[in-house]
Write a protein that binds this ligand. Structure first.
Ligand code: NAD
Length: 254
């Protein structure tokens, strides 16, 4: 599939990886629908994408965990653009913490249910809702599109990331399931599992965590958002790529 003139929906498109992918597709002449909750950054991203050469850019200030809002955003996208070719299911959050802490035989901490649930809601339910709506639009219009879900190297399991790791493994399971279910409509689904990439999300990490993380990367550097965008472009353009995960992580092993 060509990037040029394709309608590409990017969730979490206001900053970080989503923004970088949107800018890459914009430079390739795509029509973009950017979904995010951060309206100020969303408008900034849209303006930049227009400057870079997007055929068209529309923004949707939507929380991907809100079923009704997601349904109506995709209905609007469908009506305005006449369908969509690509969904980048990228919106995601971190709420790291240990499962339990125990000192001198006393439990001093348990991960609160809300901390678990908030990450499940965005990273899993949001991905599910957007994937469901996008595939419904593609199937009913006979569009042989592609859904790219953003997983993480943390899907292998990582200390302090019970919630996040569970969602990112779940995203891979959804990817394989959708590739199998939607292949009959000619719809592809694939995932990218980034390692540590320099974005506002990783900017939240404590300096000691950054040092520990970098020590695990054979290349001894952060990845750049453009390196993830490059992989997304590869998946879009290769019509036989489906049901697989591309790991872009500098060789890190968790
Ligand atoms: P980021 O925090 O910089 O950007 C995430 C974007 O998603 C923000 O614009 C935010 O407003 C939006 N968002 C968050 N919750 C939302 C919601 N409920 N509804 C709509 N929009 C919402 O993060 P990033 O580093 O760009 O990460 C993007 C994706 O890549 C995430 O799924 C993340 O888990 C994954 N990832 C990132 C890294 C990394 O090192 N940065 C590594 C592996 C995976």
């Amino acid at each position: 599939m060509q990037i040029s003139e394709s309608v590409i929906v990017v969730t979490g498109g206001a900053q970080g990886l989503g923004r970088s992918m949107a800018e890459d597709f914009a430079a390739g002449g795509a029509k973009l629908a950017l979904i995010d909750m951060n309206d100020e950054m969303l408008q900034e991203a849209a303006a930049e994408c227009s400057k870079l050469g997007a055929a068209e850019v529309k923004t949707y200030n939507v929380n991907v965990t809100d079923e009704a809002a997601v349904e109506s955003a995709f209905a609007e996208i469908d009506q305005h653009f006449g369908g969509l070719q690509v969904l980048i299911n990228n919106a995601g959050i971190l709420r790291d913490g240990m499962l339990i802490k125990c000192k001198d035989g006393e439990i001093t901490h348990k991960m609160p249910l809300q901390q678990w649930q908030s990450v499940i809601d965005v990273n899993l339910t949001g991905t599910f809702l957007c994937g469901r709506e996008a595939s419904a639009v593609m199937a009913k219009r006979g569009i042989q599109g592609v859904i790219i879900n953003i997983s993480s190297v943390a899907r292998a399991g990582n200390i302090g990331q019970t919630n996040y790791a569970a969602t990112k493994a779940g995203v891979v399971a959804m990817t394989v399931t959708w590739a199998r279910e939607l292949g009959r409509f000619g719809i592809r689904c694939a995932a990218i599992a980034p390692g540590f990439i320099e974005t506002p999300m990783t900017g939240q990490m404590k300096p000691e965590a950054v040092e520990r993380a970098l020590a695990m990367v054979p290349l001894r550097r952060w990845g750049q958002p453009a390196e993830i965008a490059h992989s997304a472009r590869y998946i879009i353009e290769n019509d036989f790529f489906s049901g697989r995960v591309i790991e872009i992580d500098g060789g890190v092993r968790l």
